[in-house]
Write a protein that binds this ligand. Structure first.
Ligand SMILES: NC(=O)c1ccc[n+]([C@@H]2O[C@H](COP(=O)([O-])OP(=O)(O)OC[C@H]3O[C@@H](n4cnc5c(N)ncnc54)[C@H](OP(=O)(O)O)[C@@H]3O)[C@@H](O)[C@H]2O)c1
Length: 347
């Protein structure tokens, strides 16, 4: 049986049956991740990946990074890679328990000879005073901030016509204003006088973001903000770039969309030229590259990490309709009508 997923103006529909199972196996010194999809008639292993950095050991020794949303998903993979490369990482988000659990888990991966460290600080990026505290605490702890990764964010799926102002504002406040506040505070408190590098995580919103219009608008705005700041802060030696992920699977990302989560991720697969989902460990190297000296001449740019998804198909289904305005009368419309009349008997 072939499962079919349809996204329309009314929401998401799933036709068919499937069950998804995620698994992690620790074998020897590498961690192997496998994502398995089970449909009614087939089981397919979509992806297997060994985690590990391609960058040289010690690349970020004695550097200090703040990663918002660094306890889960994409942010956790970025944090793990920065730690592996010797960085001091401060992870920040709203849920203390998740932060502490991630800091405990990731600290186990730091070898005794490494200069790296991880610290968890609670911070809601929507709150100006909390962002100020995050930056001040990081400076008290480490005395510098070399890198900022604006990864913390979230959204919910809804046709735009059904969005309340409260829901709209919540997404804009987090994904746009939160990113702005983190940039501004890190710049004012440290990077203005010392330089640094910032990476903003945005999204595949190049053809709009039907079904999540709020986040599309916020991420497009962050892309533009990135360009403005690249110019305004160039004379401080600040580089700022964006990374635009395609559809990236993690357990936490899927759970954000509740019961729709599996459907949203599964329906994306046919629209991805790679014919599989992306994984957080495939976003992290792009971020590390943009933070690193290898990107010393790159600022105001956006790196799409989406296997070409932004060039390809859309999950949004436009049903057949006759609602569109009629075209202007003229010889070409007449010619088309004649052609359709001639074709019809054959159909
Ligand atoms: N997965 C994808 O396909 C995809 C594609 C494009 C872009 N993105 C974006 O990439 C980023 C990471 O997403 P993910 O897929 O890794 O999902 P995730 O695991 O849910 O990560 C989102 C993180 O953002 C944090 N966060 C949310 N609101 C926050 C706030 N107000 N203040 C501080 N932190 C906040 C969350 O932590 P708390 O709940 O503890 O606050 C969480 O750690 C998000 O901005 C997401 O929208 C994801």
């Amino acid at each position: 049986m072939t499962a079919r997923y349809v996204l329309t103006g009314e929401g998401f529909y799933f036709v068919g049956r499937f069950l998804s199972v995620g698994g992690v196996h620790h074998g020897g010194s590498v961690s192997v991740r496998a994502f398995i999809l089970v449909s009614a008639t087939s089981v397919s292993v979509l992806f297997i990946m060994a985690a590990g950095s391609v960058f040289r050991a010690g690349l970020f020794n004695h550097r200090v990074a703040i990663v918002t949303g660094g306890a889960t998903g994409i942010g956790k993979a970025i944090t793990a890679e920065l730690l592996q490369l010797g960085c001091h990482v401060v992870i920040a988000s709203r849920k203390s328990e998740r932060l502490e659990a991630a800091a405990d888990e990731l600290s186990q991966l730091i070898s005794s000879s490494s200069s790296a460290s991880i610290t968890a600080l609670r911070c809601n990026i929507r709150q100006e005073d909390e962002v100020r505290n995050l930056v001040a605490s990081t400076l008290r702890l480490h005395g510098r901030i070399d890198y900022l990764v604006n990864n913390g964010g979230g959204q919910f799926s809804s046709p735009a016509a059904n969005m309340s102002v409260k829901g709209w504002n919540a997404v804009i406040d987090t994904n746009l204003t939160g990113t702005f506040l983190c940039c501004r505070e890190v710049y004012s408190a440290w990077m203005k006088d010392h330089g640094g590098a910032i990476v903003n995580i945005i999204a595949d919103m190049w053809r709009g973001f039907p079904g999540m219009a709020h986040t599309g608008a916020a991420r497009a705005a962050v892309e533009n903000l990135t360009k403005s700041l690249a110019i305004e802060w160039a004379s401080s030696g600040v580089r700022i770039n964006s990374v635009a992920p395609g559809t990236i699977f993690s357990k936490t990302a899927m759970e954000n969309y509740k019961e729709l989560g599996p459907v949203i991720f599964q329906m994306a697969v046919p629209c991805i030229p790679a014919k599989r989902l992306g994984f957080p460990e495939e976003i992290s190297p792009a971020v590390c590259f943009l933070l690193s000296p290898a990107a010393s001449f790159i600022s105001g740019a956006t790196l799409k990490v989406d296997a070409g998804q932004s060039l390809y198909d859309s999950v949004w289904d436009i049903p057949d309709h006759t609602a569109w305005p009629e075209p202007p009368e003229g010889e070409n419309v007449g010619a088309l009508r004649d052609m359709v009349k001639k074709l019809k008997p054959k159909l």
